[in-house]
Design a protein around this ligand. Sequence first.
Ligand code: AMP
Ligand code: MN
Ligand code: MN
Length: 324
Amino acid sequence: MDLLKECAGAESIGISTHIRPDGDAVGSSMALYLYLKKQCPNAEIKLFMETPPDCFRYLKYFGDIDSAYAYDKPFDVFFVLDTVPDRLGEAEKFFDCAKKKINIDHHISNKNGCGDVNVVLPEIGSTSEVLYGLLDEAYLDTDIAVALYTGIIHDTGVFQYSNTTPQTMRVAARLMEFDFPFFKIIEESFYQKTYRQNQILGRALMESIRFMDGRCIVSCVDKSMMQFYDVKPADLDGIVNQLRNIKGVNCAVFLYETGLMEYKVSMRSDEMVDVSKVAAYFGGGGHMRAAGCTMKGTVHDVINNLSLHIEKQLKEKEVCTTES
Ligand code: AMP
Ligand code: MN
Ligand code: MN
């Protein structure tokens, strides 16, 4: 896809990403916003998403993000990044009536793309890395590099997860040539947590339960706990990764209560479990080793339903390894 050709002549361009935006969602959509602002000076360009966590405030034009979704005309071009429309939240209304829809993503659960033009590459670790491949090198600048770098480090766990490839490192190296304090971005946007975030992390770890001989672990945070520690859903990011880091664990499940008998589910795994399949079964999606969904029922129902699918995969793998 030639990004600028697709936008040629457009008078209005909208960009949005998934609800509860993570580093890749914020980084990729901000990078595209910065790029188009410079390259399409005659177009009105709008960037919509739920208010991102404060740790991303260093991004240039962070204040331009419209979380009120205030726009009342159909966009000539509308970009959906790092998701499919059903997780756009309020921005779905812009997608529905846009004249041209462009989908840039890397979720394996996004089978065909949802746009008139689609670039969906599940083998690539972040939408930011996918987007880098679509931008003209000559038009990159430091602000764009910072935004793309942010997305890449967040979705690869600072180059730790198996979605990191030699090409990821080449892209990151190229971005670092723009000479920004990458170490500060890693520290402040990825590793640093507030006192309250750490407290609820500690509580979630303390109350976690292991099953299947310690190969699976689950923890749940309910609304009263979130109120007690005065935290928002975004403050819970990272808990599931800590659960997955425990020795012997193949699959970690973290739940938090979103409504009456409703839970947001986050799963992380190693090569023993494909959590994108588990999440897809319950109407969600994601990647092989990081996926999520929303489920209804009591916390016990949710855990029982998920664990059946996880255990099935673990048992199938066991059979394969004993047979070979
Ligand atoms: P999370 O556990 O929310 O951090 O999400 C892990 C991965 O799964 C991310 O790539 C998300 O974009 C994706 N994901 C989470 N929830 C859903 C959902 N309900 N539908 C599709 N993808 C999801
Ligand atoms: Mn994302
Ligand atoms: Mn992503």
